[in-house]
Design a protein. Structure first.
Length: 245
């Protein structure tokens, strides 16, 4: 009995030491991965990297990690319009089946899903903010975007008729979709201005617009988008996503 008790104590101690070593190793690996990702993506700040699953050391020995989560704050994505960027407030990516090279210089995830948020103020930069003719003697411009409820965006359009000393803000409820890595805003209805006939095609030049969001980390792509309280919530997805190298 005494020998069995000693054996069990030794097993418990060895198990505890293994757990400690495993957690120390995963913490170190998360830091190294975060630094590598910051360099690879040229990020302004170090991202959050969390390696899930236990034990970590056996995953390393197999050359593949089951589950890795990455969080990037204030990511600046390309827009396809020269040097212009669009800020993503919070990009969260969930990577599955992450395989890495023997020297850890490169890592690729089999699949990735995630979420991102673009504020209305940021998306507003895409819309026409300069007064644009929409009818004889009438100009219009987009002055605000907000949550219209039921997944719609409320587009505020400022209309001016200088000859009548008239200035009014009209609203259009708009659908938001994703196509070819672009966020597209399309008015469901045209705002009216009393007896003034506003040409629909001219008004749509103001109310309808799109914003490309390119070069997301690892080559992930936009999937879906929906209007929310503070901006548009986007889902992203990808396969063979490169985390480093």
């Amino acid at each position: 009995m005494r020998a069995l008790r000693i054996f069990l104590i030794v097993v418990v101690i060895i198990g505890a030491l293994f757990v400690i070593a495993d957690r120390v190793a995963v913490h170190f690996a998360e830091g190294e991965a975060a630094d590598k990702l910051r360099t690879t993506e040229n990020l302004a700040a170090t991202p959050d990297v969390s390696i899930k699953g236990f034990p970590f050391l056996t995953q390393v020995a197999g050359g593949s990690l089951d589950d890795v989560e990455v969080g990037i704050k204030d990511y600046e994505a390309a827009t396809g319009n020269g040097a212009e960027k669009i800020r993503i407030d919070d990009l969260q990516a969930h990577m599955k089946g992450v395989e890495f090279s023997g020297d850890y210089s490169s890592a690729t995830a089999a699949t990735a899903t995630g979420t991102a948020t673009v504020s209305y103020d940021e998306l507003l930069k895409t819309a026409k903010s300069e007064p644009t003719p929409v009818a004889p003697g009438v100009t219009a411009r987009v002055v605000g975007l907000s949550d219209g409820g039921n997944g719609k965006i409320k587009v505020a359009v400022e209309v001016k008729v200088p000859a009548l000393k008239l200035q009014k803000t009209l609203y259009a409820l708009s659908s938001v979709t994703v196509q070819d890595n672009k966020v597209k805003v399309h008015a469901d209805n045209m705002p009216s201005l009393g007896g003034i006939d506003l040409a629909e095609n001219r008004v749509r030049e103001i109310t309808d617009f799109q914003q490309a969001i390119d070069q997301l980390p690892g080559g992930i792509q936009l999937d879906t988008v929906q209007a929310a309280q503070d901006g548009v919530d986007i889902t992203v997805k990808g396969s063979h996503v490169k985390l480093a190298g």
